[in-house]
Ligand binder design. Sequence first.
Ligand code: ZN
Length: 498
Amino acid sequence: MYRILIGECKQETSSFNPRPTFYEDFAVEFGDAVLAHHRRVRNEVGGALHLFDARPDVALVPAFSARAITSGGAVTASAFDRMLREFTDSVRAAPRPDGVYLSLHGAMVAESEDDTEGRILLEIRKILGEQVPIVVSLDLHGILTARMLELSDAIAVYHTYPHVDFVQTGERAARLLLKLLDRQARPVTARVRIPALVRGDELITETGLFGRSIRHAQRVENGPQGLSAAMFIGNPFTDVPDLASNAVVVTDDAPERASREALQMAAGFWEVRAELHANLTSLEESVRLAMETGGHVVLTDAADATSSGAPGDSNAILRALVEAGCTRTLLAPIVDAPAVRAAFAAGVGREISVRVGGSIDPRFQPLPLRATVRMLSDGRCPSESDGAIWNAGDTAVLESGPVTLVVTSRPVHLYDRSLFLAHGQDPARFGIVVVKSPHCQPQFFAARANLLVNVDAPGATSANLRSLGHRRCARPVFPLDEDVTFEPRVTLFQRNPW
Ligand SMILES: [Zn+2]
């Protein structure tokens, strides 16, 4: 009988979001509640459970799960300390496992710890020792560190962007762990660090250039002696010393093969790096296009994408349209807790003087508006993507001339229409809609648009990477620096196998 311990701790950090992430921004579960949650949703742990459940010789030891409600700023030191303590306490309290599966993100940073995933692994190793196999699943936006590879036995990583293979990644991680427990594999990992940061539509794995790197990884993973392979692109907004892209190949005791393939994957990625960038339109030009084009126009504000870790309080596009005297109807989301409080204090149907935007990020100056309060809600939005309930906190719909704002107290995902629809606003009925997401998915917005513009607005998750002001990541790195050279070097990792 194999006892398999299951643990999870996930958040994606944008270092350029000034609002930190608190313990209360996580959904935290212990013991059997971890399984109950993951049997309901389609994610990595759920995928792993498919395989574990199919084995009569596996007993599950659910320990701990903490999942950030949305991406955001760095996790506070006290929140990370508390989660680490709760995680390790639950590992200590659990029966001693034969193997461990951890679902981590890779780009979670705490104020006190740049490499939270490595730290979690370190603390778990201290309790369980060196012999227990640990397999980790990660997001391809993860910031891979040597410590993560030294302390785990193998990793499995997403192969899709936008991410749709949560379940499959969990299944791959579980399959790997079972192979280790059955003593059918001796994983050796080759890693090649690539000094490049990328962003933009070419990363969409189904249609973009980055898909080639992913398909290469999949061929290696499914090829002779392949156990796992991945292209990490890092998260360009997570400004930590290890920030970079990485090619990783895990083989079954075939270090040369792992090295050769990782080098090839890295070379292929480096070759196309300059094309893996967003085509952005200046704010001024975007406003002109939105005002001149008839029909439905989508302005994508990837710089304030809450799902990428931005605070959601940018009014840059709103301000530019208002100041340009735009008379077309406009729908936009914005996070602004003080404005929501003012609307609640006034009540539905009342007119208020309010300042919107810039309540979190000092890049933005609050914009004064006279607005009518059209709707007040508790901000619970049934997600049209996955059916979960997203919680935007108290929310107000404000109308100011042609402008309709859905103003929330806290950030919520904005890559689909859930927030708008929950508040009675069909974006297709507006002349212009602001979408705060890195990509505009056809089924939600793009298919209805006469014109779609990727706006070069300022913000914590701007695809204009040079605008962000990185201070801590290793330099030189493309595209922040000129004439970056790449000298490929393989590092091999192998834990003392049984
Ligand atoms: Zn990701």
